[in-house]
Design a protein around this ligand. Structure first.
Ligand code: KIV
Length: 281
């Protein structure tokens, strides 16, 4: 498969070919996404919750994200690699945002960075990062990094005020230079309107039909514990399967069924004799 590029993604949008994006946080996750032939891999800051065990995406740091991003880069060949910039790493100034974006490109080999929000300061960050030569994916609708300000993890664009803001911000991020937009937890009708009036590809998560879809890998694989969001479709039960496999291993260890003869190395008679001599037995 050829390398996925920004023009190739725009071409997919123009041709009405859905773009497939999935998150990955480590080498095996990246390999699975690559083997599945996805178009875009996102090192999402959802890593904070699904990999690092934090209660939200807010605490994860740039250094933590970079470790994950580098592992994903090592496993990604053709897919377009997008890295989330974490909360606190772009909020202070445009200069801080450019520094952070540059780190993801230089230290992790990111093809683009993803930034949440579309208020005027966020547009300024997008302009600055794009001016530094780094492609930006915008993220609007439910933006988990600022969920407290949104009144919680709730769908956006369902009221006059939030629909108006969403449309204004969507236009804003496109004008600021974002080449792609992720929208999360938004009514399908609003997504349809945005698709008509924006020219950049729109990747939806809980946003109905869009130019592409993204899901958190741990959600679709059934690794995440507890109730999934309404928009998640589970394709496997890896969490339950993992627990069952480790339980079976534990039972085998406790009963002596593991290791079996085929899992053991054999010593030569000479090696055994030498070991006995050394032990004096
Ligand atoms: O962090 C993440 O995984 C994301 C996706 C949910 C789009 O931002």
């Amino acid at each position: 498969m050829p390398q996925v590029t920004i023009p190739a993604l725009a071409q997919k949008r123009a041709a009405g070919e859905p773009i497939v994006m999935v998150t990955a946080y480590d080498f095996p996750g990246a390999r699975a996404a690559e083997r599945a032939g996805v178009d875009m891999v996102l090192v999402g800051d959802s890593a904070a919750q699904v990999v690092l065990g934090y209660g939200s995406t807010v605490p994860v740091t740039t250094d933590e994200m970079l470790v994950l991003a580098r592992a994903v880069r090592r496993g990604t060949e053709t897919a377009f690699l997008v890295c989330d910039v974490p909360f606190g790493s772009t909020e202070v100034s445009d200069a801080q945002a450019v520094d952070t974006a540059v780190r993801f490109v230089k230290e992790a080999g990111a093809d683009a960075v993803k930034l949440e929000g579309g208020s005027e300061p966020r547009l300024s960050r997008i302009r600055a990062i794009v001016a530094a030569g780094i492609p930006v994916v915008a993220h609007l609708g439910l933006t988990p990094q600022t969920a407290t300000a949104l009144g919680g993890l709730r769908a956006q664009g369902r009221t006059e005020a939030t629909a108006t803001r969403l449309v204004r911000e969507a236009r804003g991020v496109q004008e600021a230079g974002a080449f792609c937009l992720v929208i999360e937890a938004v009514p399908a009708e609003i997504t349809a309107l945005l698709r008509e009036h924006l020219s950049i590809p729109i990747i939806g998560i809980g946003a109905g039909d869009a130019d592409g879809q993204v899901l958190v890998a741990h959600d679709l694989l059934g690794i995440t514990e507890g109730r999934a969001a309404k928009f998640v479709k589970r394709y496997a039960s890896i969490g339950d399967d993992s627990a069952a496999a480790i339980e079976a291993y534990a039972a085998d260890v406790r009963s002596g069924a593991f290791p079996a003869p085929e899992h053991r190395y054999a010593a030569t008679d000479e090696a055994l004799a030498a070991a006995r001599v050394e032990l004096g037995v």
